[in-house]
Every structure is written in C-alpha cells, then in structure tokens.
Design a protein around this ligand. Structure first.
Ligand SMILES: Nc1nc2c(ncn2[C@@H]2O[C@H](COP(=O)(O)OP(=O)(O)OP(=O)(O)O)[C@@H](O)[C@H]2O)c(=O)[nH]1
Ligand SMILES: [Mg+2]
Length: 439
C-alpha cells in the first residue's frame, strides 16, 4: 500500500485517536467577507479541537485576492513555516479551501514534518470520525476520494521529492505512471461507492414508505451544527439521539414518530448540521441524507440564539437549503437555547423575528407553543370530512386516529361516525363513506 493509499484506507480519522496534534491556523481577510474573520477562525479552532488538534497559534493576512501559487503571499508563507517551527506544530490549517497546487506548494515551503490542510479536509476528517452507519461511512469515503483525486499529482511529487531529496530520476517516471494507475483506481472506487450508495438510498426510501405509509406529514430539523437539533428531537419525542458539545455530532439521520396532542402522528427527522463554507463535495456525497430535508413537508430551522454569530449562521443555512433545492418548503425558524439569553436579548429577538418560535431544548420552555405551530402547519391543507365507517373497516378508524385530526366521534348502529380534518393524501381513503359533504 502506498503512503496516501493508507490515508484513504484508514481515513485521516486516526488523528484524534492518537495523540493530540498541534495546529497553526491561517485566515485571510478579504474585502466583503460575510463572516467576521475572528469568529471564522474561532470556529476553525473548534473544528480542529473536534478532530483532535489544538490550535497553538493563529495568523492572518489581509489580501485583495488569494495568491494563485500559495494562497497567502510568498513572504507570508515563509513566515507561517517559521511560526510552525517555533510552535512545534504538526499541521497548518487554512480557513479557506486551497487548490491542489496551492496545497502542494505550501507543503514544499513548510518543514517536511508539517502537513498543510484546509477547512474542507478538516471537516472531512470530522465526518470520518463521526460516521457510524454504513451509508454515512460510504458518503464520507465518496467525499474523501473526490477530494483526493485532483490532489494525487501533488502527493506523488511530494513523495518523490521526499524520497530522493528533490532529485528527479528514473523513479520519478515510475511515479508518474503509477499516478495514472492510481487515478484510475480512485475513479473506479468513486464509481463503485456511488453505485452502492444509490442502492442503499433506494432501499431506504422503500423502507421509509412502507414503515410510515406515504402521505404522513414529515417534519425535518435543519440548522447550523451545534444549534441543538438533536437535543430538540430528544425533548420532543423523548428519544435519545446522541447530542454533545462537539461540531457535527450527528451525521446519520434519525426519524421518529411523534404524536401531536390532537392524536395525529407525524414523523420528525434529525439530520446532519450545516456550516459556513460547507464543502460542495460533502453536500453532493450526503445527498441521500439531505433528501430527508428536501422530502419534508415542514422544516424546523433550528438556530442557536445564544451564538453571537447567529445571523451569518442563519444565512449559511439558507444558502445550503437553496443549494439542495429546499427553499420552497414551509419553514419555521426556531430559536433554541433561549435559557442562555437575558431578558433584553430575548425581547429584542422576539421583536425582530415575530414569526419565529423561541424554545429551550434544555429547560423545555416554549416547546408546547412550538408543538402547536407544528400542528397548525400539519393541518394547513386539511379538508373537513364527515364519515360513517362500517364496523368491519377498523383499519379506516385507525387511519383516522393516527393520521387525521378527529373533531367528534360517536358509535352509531351502522358504524363509527367521525368528523375530522384529513390531509389530502388520506381524504381519498374515506371517499366511499362520506356521511355528508359539509361538516
Ligand atoms: N443551554 C442550552 N444548551 C443546549 C440547548 N440545546 C442544546 N444545547 C447544547 O448544545 C450542544 C449541541 O447540541 P446538539 O443537540 O448536539 O446540537 P446539534 O444541532 O444536534 O449538533 P450537530 O449534530 O453537531 O449538528 C450540546 O452541548 C447541548 O447540550 C438549550 O436549549 N440550552
Ligand atoms: Mg445533532
């Protein structure tokens, strides 16, 4: 196995299991940045921490546009190499995505023991660490291989110069042909992972249909990583989805049934969080997980109200929702962690976002009102029905109880008389038993 082969096989995930690494963070301040540089770097430090590296130094540069060779200016690159040496860093992490050649050029400038990675590689690393399901792991491997593919050449040049002290000899030629072989191999691997994922996703959508029946109202949680999506689904449904104070704690989606107070059941799905500068390879690779959001009838956009960056976070989430084609799905903005706000902040938010919900998954505050809002959304397209269901059609009575909102119910000689509100998908099931058209 070649050196980078082993990186693919083991996944960079081994990072956190071994000793913690030391990282120098690099940020570039450019005109018109949507996100304050300092908080973006603070987030990068949290990402590094989650992946198993401590930020030992941070350095920034103001640039009109990135340098095509080394991203930062060449003098700055030398300075970073010096900083990494002085702080005994193992890696340098750039807050923006580097092109393969920028990454390779930077690695040449750094000492040999220092790795250069970017935000995307770091996020891929965390995903690799946290993926548990077969589908999740395949999705991560797909994104890793797509990320790796254009970088193979840089890695070969790097390996060749390492082994031969920079000299170009016959073995470099071998490396070149080896590069072709490996490119083909990675391409083949990408194709086979894709095929496997397509299979899994079709199996999953079939299961979804048969488990819950089509037409059931589907709620999906979406939001910035660490906003409290998993905590909220736990609070709503009494389940125990893993939630903890790390970024991207959840990668696999979890669907739970949830009974509204009126008796109607809906499904609610927790899924992977978003982040600013979310790598497009990840969005593509996680398509089937994200389908849980695009297939929903209602999105609860969970926002960490206590984050100083909640506004750019909201924008970042909207961007991803647009990217995956979910922008038209009815959405309720849910400000979570309201227990951490003081009275003034709370009042200010309420004024600015009059249509939002304000909750605390931790204390339970506001949850009942939120449930009311979900119920209202679920019944928005309901039609009123008055039916008389013969006693031998117990299945229809169950359907009415589980999927519709019962207004009145009585037992008559010929059957069960129910007045109810039913979603269009279910109304047709009762068409043969209408007692009257008007309730
Ligand atoms: N104070 C407070 N903390 C909360 C609240 N809800 C969640 N948290 C904390 O916020 C952190 C993240 O919560 P999660 O539920 O894991 O967040 P998530 O959105 O599922 O995060 P990812 O799965 O990583 O995207 C955890 O430490 C929770 O305990 C809340 O209402 N109040
Ligand atoms: Mg979660």
């Amino acid at each position: 196995m070649t050196e980078y082969e082993s990186v693919i096989q083991k996944g960079p995930a081994t990072m956190a299991e071994e000793r913690r690494e030391r990282a120098v963070l690099v940020g570039v301040d450019r005109p018109g940045l949507a996100w304050p540089l300092e908080s973006s770097l603070a987030e990068l430090a949290r990402l590094a921490d989650t992946a198993g590296a401590d930020a030992v130094a941070t350095t920034t540069q103001r640039l009109e546009s990135p340098n095509p060779r080394t991203f930062v200016g060449s003098g700055k690159a030398e300075e970073i190499a010096e900083l990494a040496r002085a702080t005994e860093a193992d890696l340098v992490i750039f807050d923006d995505e580097l092109t393969p050649s920028q990454q390779a050029n930077l690695e040449k400038i750094m000492d040999k023991s220092v790795k250069v990675i970017d935000r995307t590689a770091l996020i891929l690393d965390i995903f690799a660490l946290h993926a548990t399901s077969k589908e999740g792991r395949l999705q991560v491997r797909l994104a890793q291989n797509q990320y790796l593919y254009p970088r193979l050449r840089g890695m070969w040049a790097h390996l060749a110069s390492n082994r031969m002290g920079g000299g170009v000899g016959s073995r470099f030629g071998e490396g070149e042909s080896q590069l072709e072989v490996d490119r083909r191999m990675v391409r083949k691997r990408i194709t086979s992972i894709r095929r496997e994922l397509e299979h899994l996703s079709s199996v999953r959508s079939l299961q979804r249909e048969s488990r819950y029946g089509s037409g059931m109202f589907k709620v999906a949680l979406a939001g910035y990583t660490n906003a409290g999506k998993s905590s909220l689904i736990n609070r709503l449904t009494g389940s125990e989805v893993l939630s903890y104070d790390k970024l991207f704690a959840t990668l696999d989606s979890t669907t739970r049934k949830f009974e509204l107070p009126e008796g109607r059941e809906v499904t609610i799905t927790d899924t992977v969080g978003f982040i600013q500068k979310l790598p497009t390879t990840l969005v593509e690779a996680f398509k089937s997980t994200l389908d849980e959001i695009t297939g929903a009838d209602l999105i609860l956009h969970v926002v960490d109200a206590s984050s100083p960056e909640f506004e750019p976070q909201i924008d970042a989430v909207h961007e991803v929702l647009d990217q995956i084609g979910a922008q038209k799905i009815p959405t309720i903005t849910v400000f979570n962690k309201c227990d951490l706000l003081d009275a003034d902040m709370f009042a200010g938010l309420n004024r600015r976002f009059p249509h939002a919900q304000f909750v605390s998954a931790r204390t339970g505050a506001g949850i009942d009102v939120l449930i009311g809002a979900i119920a209202q959304a679920a019944s928005a397209t309901d039609t009123k029905l008055d039916v008389l269901i013969p006693y031998q059609r117990g299945d229809l009575v169950s359907l009415a109880h589980e999927r519709c909102h019962i207004v009145t119910e009585s037992h008559e000689a010929e059957g069960t008389r129910i007045q109810m509100l039913a979603a269009p998908a279910f109304a047709s099931a009762f068409s043969g038993y209408l007692a009257s058209d008007d309730v």
